[in-house]
Write a new protein. Structure first.
Length: 118
């Protein structure tokens, strides 16, 4: 069984993107991180497609990042890690998945745009 990282760290570009979306919709970066994470997992991204990034943006503690549904996120991440035979630093994996997923979230201008996400 894996443990979720104590905090996630967003890149500066994702921090800026989430800030703009929050201003437009009121949806906080921790919720946007959850959406990004699930978009990445849903895409079946391969480990080789994930890029390391410089951790220079916002830090979000585990309890805020994953909320009361942390067991669901832990299970989904554990399944992904097992499927990919991942053996590295789990915090880096989670950060990179959020980074990957964040770039699949289009420019959201209104809260209703979330219902239209592919």
């Amino acid at each position: 069984m894996i443990n979720l990282p104590n905090e996630i760290t967003l890149s500066r570009s994702v921090t800026n993107k989430f800030s703009v979306i929050k201003q437009r919709t009121g949806v906080s970066p921790n919720l946007l991180s959850r959406v990004a994470l699930m978009k990445a997992l849903e895409s079946d991204v391969q480990l080789s497609e994930l890029k390391d990034f410089i951790e220079s943006g916002q830090k979000i503690p585990k309890d805020i990042a994953f909320g009361e549904d942390s067991d669901i996120y832990r299970l989904a991440l554990e399944m992904y890690a097992n499927e990919q035979s991942f053996t590295g630093d789990f915090k880096v994996l989670v950060n990179n998945l959020i980074e990957y997923g964040a770039h699949s979230i289009p420019q959201v201008k209104a809260i209703s745009d979330f219902a239209k996400l592919p």
